[in-house]
Design a protein around this ligand. Structure first.
Ligand SMILES: Cc1cc2nc3c(=O)[nH]c(=O)nc-3n(C[C@H](O)[C@H](O)[C@H](O)COP(=O)(O)OP(=O)(O)OC[C@H]3O[C@@H](n4cnc5c(N)ncnc54)[C@H](O)[C@@H]3O)c2cc1C
Length: 519
């Protein structure tokens, strides 16, 4: 056991690093499984950050679009707060050195994305936003004397006592080890979402709901876990994770066609390719299921410019032997973003004392049932700052403390690859773009079996906890709304227009009832 006066931040993506900087001069310990910059969704974000930067756009219009996309369960106070401060965060990131695209007069180049009523997304060199923002923050964190980064470590469990959370158990990330307890006055969870719980995902390999799961196991309440966003246009080229063909391409006029050359979004929604993500995702899924291979066609809209303006997309095409200047790009649906997570109030406080949460691991009420494009990075920025300020206010004085150097005892076990594959395939097959009671019940029964078989592996148990929460809440919500679509309840029910709040104990009770039926 090690005692530290440092605030422990679990994760090293945008939320974690921005919060670490905001916490200065309070000493901070960042738990980072990979070298900084690797393994985080933040570095992979291609589209950009949504913010109403100039009139005639406004925070009010941004909030209204956020609420519309969220399908009836966005918390309007949260949407108003986040959109109001969005511009300040872009200016602050610019000051830190992020090279957002500007025009000759120095104004931010604003880009249009799906379901936004205005061009409202700031980018870096087309599709480099996440990478360049992260590089900027990493440089600042490396130079910050108050931040210690423990690379190659991961959190596996929270320690609690009668006062709330009192520490974090961490282990090595690259190889199994027994965990070590780090005692701390405050923990900020910034461990990302859950996309990798699905076999088809755009998320980096470590983003598999472990951090949400470890909070749930400690008793933290979750909100909206059933709401998972599936990205409509992941490259369908057999890679895991599936590379993303950014939404910005459709913002630039790229269209969706099927193997017959038909623009299948035209009869589906008045906004066609720019319809909300869940609608586009289900339409693409339907084309895939029907064997009419869906494809993204950038030829007329971008021509050869796709190569220079979207370098990440161009690289992926080159790797797959596709020339986007002359041929359309095969696409498929992939788990992309988790609207649900550890419930957080406006200050990023969880339901447990001494535990804060920000970024995709949290559920703040901003996204409701369906996230508006480019609101993910924005939420991570806003709540990282809010949580950091709240933690600093509660700790009052900056403690002076030495760096720690944990030594990990031999122990732990490697993850069972077969069990992991079964878990991910179960989530894609039964808890994915289209759900029904029979599939969700089957998923819960499989999860119970897997968890019992892998009980020694805490990382796996954390994943199972999050997967169980998603499936149980999806079973309980007997309607379709936003990212949650039930074949057996295809309509949206106005009487169910509330956010879900659920604990792991409640989800396990649902799972236990299902198991009884299966026995
Ligand atoms: C391909 C892609 C493109 C996207 N494009 C956009 C976009 O254009 N605009 C937008 O707004 N959003 C976008 N998103 C979503 C957005 O990137 C994420 O929601 C956001 O980056 C989340 O930030 P975060 O800090 O919460 O988590 P992340 O950036 O995912 O960081 C999580 C961190 O937690 C660490 N971690 C995981 N498990 C553990 C553990 N057990 N212990 C300790 N640390 C752990 C990870 O290694 C990582 O460092 C995109 C996502 C993807 C995958």
């Amino acid at each position: 056991m090690l005692d530290t006066g440092r605030i422990v931040i679990v994760g090293a993506g945008l939320g974690a690093l921005y919060a670490a900087l905001e916490l200065a001069p309070h000493p901070v310990l960042v738990i980072s499984p990979e070298p900084l910059g690797r393994g985080a969704s933040s570095s992979w974000a291609q589209g950009g950050v949504a913010a109403a930067m100039e009139r005639p756009d406004s925070p009010e219009a941004h909030a209204a679009d956020t609420q519309r996309a969220g399908a009836g369960t966005v918390d309007s106070r949260v949407a108003a707060m986040v959109t109001r401060v969005a511009r300040d965060h872009i200016l602050d990131l610019t000051e830190l050195g992020t090279p957002f695209d500007r025009d000759a007069a120095g104004n931010y180049v604003m880009n249009r994305e799906a379901a936004h009523s205005a061009a409202r997304v700031v980018r870096v060199k087309g599709d480099q936003a996440g990478h360049r923002i992260m590089q900027t923050l990493i440089t600042a964190v490396r130079a910050a004397r108050h931040v210690q980064v423990l690379e190659n470590t991961q959190a596996v469990r929270l320690e609690t006592n009668e006062d709330g959370v009192s520490g974090v158990w961490i282990s090595r990330a690259d190889t199994p080890s027994a965990p070590v307890l780090i005692r701390t006055p405050a923990v900020l969870l910034a461990g990302g979402g859950s996309g990798g719980l699905y076999a088809h995902t755009t998320n980096p390999p470590r983003i598999r709901g472990q951090v949400i799961g470890l909070a749930a196991r400690a008793g933290a309440r979750l909100a909206d876990p059933e709401f998972v966003q599936f990205h409509p246009t992941a490259f369908d080229i057999g890679e895991d994770p599936a590379p993303l063909a950014t939404e910005a391409l459709r913002g630039e006029g790229a269209v969706l066609i099927n193997a017959e050359g038909a623009r299948f979004m035209l009869p589906v929604h008045p906004d066609a390719e720019l319809a909300p993500r869940d609608i586009v995702a289900r339409a693409i899924f339907a084309e895939t299921q029907a064997g009419r291979r869906p494809m993204l066609d950038t030829r007329a809209a971008l021509g050869a410019e796709v190569l220079s303006r979207f370098p990440t997309v161009a690289q992926t095409c080159a790797r797959a032997g596709i020339d986007p200047v002359t041929e359309p790009i095969p696409v498929a649906v992939a788990a992309h973003y988790h609207m649900g997570g550890v419930e957080a109030d406006m200050q990023g406080r969880s339901s447990l004392r001494n535990l804060w949460v920000c970024g995709e691991a949290s559920s703040t009420g901003l996204h409701g049932a369906n996230r508006l494009a480019s609101n993910g990075l924005l939420e991570a920025l806003v709540y990282a700052r809010n949580a950091a300020q709240d933690i600093a206010a509660q700790l009052q004085t900056a403690a002076d403390c030495a760096e720690i150097a944990p030594e990990f005892p031999v122990g732990g076990c490697p993850m069972d690859a077969k069990a992991l594959t079964t878990l991910r395939e179960t989530m894609t097959a039964f808890v994915g773009v289209r759900r029904d009671a029979a599939g969700l019940r089957r998923a819960l029964a499989i999860l119970a079996r897997l968890e019992a078989e892998q009980a020694e592996d805490e990382n796996f148990v954390n994943m199972c906890a999050t997967a169980t929460l998603i499936a149980a809440a999806a079973l309980a919500r007997q309607e379709s709304r936003g990212g949650h679509y039930r074949d057996d309840y295809p309509e949206t029910d106005p009487a169910q227009a509330q956010r879900t709040r659920i604990t792991l104990a409640e989800a396990l009770a649902i799972r236990a009832r299902v198991q009884e039926d299966f026995q």
